[in-house]
Design a protein around this ligand. Sequence first.
Ligand code: UFG
Length: 328
Amino acid sequence: MAVLVAGGAGYIGSHTAAELVDNGEEVVVVDNLVKGHREAVGECRFYHGDLTDICFLDSVFSENKIDSVIDFAASSLVGESMSKPLDYYKNNLISVMNLLDKMKEYEVPVIVFSSTAAVYGEPENIPILETDRTEPTNPYGETKLAIEKMLKWCEKAYGIKYATLRYFNAAGARIDGSIGEDHDPESHLIPIILQAALGKRKAVQIYGDDYPTPDGTCIRDYIHVTDLADAHILALNGLREGSGSGVYNLGNGKGFSVKEVIDTAKKVTGHAIPVEITQRRKGDPAVLVASSEKAKRELGWEPRYNDLETIIESAWRWHSTHPDGFAG
Ligand code: UFG
């Protein structure tokens, strides 16, 4: 029996597929390679295609014995979603609807779904609990929240069990340095900082230093991508063994400001990292920090690479050896 990893050539998907393979699972990866990289897919059966194409998806389900699905496939840039909301609704909702349709048809009983801290919008409490208000401030978060609700109704109607995982800031690279983060264009803080350390950018722009935080820059909860992968596997195995559906935050529960991340990266790389203070980026909450107590309690999850230095060291290992990403 195989695990279908949708979006398995992307950043978090490829790291999870690699961990699944290490755990002895048979893995089938589906990816349209719009953002993902073929080189990021290791020892897995690979299908190049789009989940919005139901005929293509049917061939994946009919040619494999799939017992579970992990779905990473999504358009996931907050800023882009503000200018292209229809693309986000179309890509994100239709792809999951098609997946669920095929799961229903082929009687696949469980799905682990990638959600995001963006479902909360401006948080009402720090650390954020799963039961806190969900009021997204961008279409990306709205589409993920809509899918979370869709999963709930599909469970009631078709009995498909789900684990929804709300990631905070995914960061770092596989500890063996074999795969890592490669977005084009890059918009995430840690890769941008490391590109500046490598001299591939003139400076890191700090988006605002007038937030109500101790040093004025935004605070985020950075979580190692392999720790996220571990949580998917625990959630998947839990569902297979009969645990109920659930929604879980995944973060380290510790926040770091943009300036603190830059200082840590200077220490790790030993390179100068020039900065420029610019305007705030639209839609950025000042502080996002997760409570992941529920995932620890119910999934038995314990992040292994939970200090910022280790996270940045792993990212540096990848970026310094692959300065042009997978193309390099
Ligand atoms: N930042 C900068 N300069 C940059 C890039 C980022 O100052 O060049 C700041 C941002 O303003 C933010 C922090 O660094 O305060 C982290 O930014 P990222 O773009 O790396 O990550 P986000 O917190 O914006 O986004 C992450 C995920 C999204 C998710 C979101 C939830 O990548 O998928 O958290 O809010 F939706």
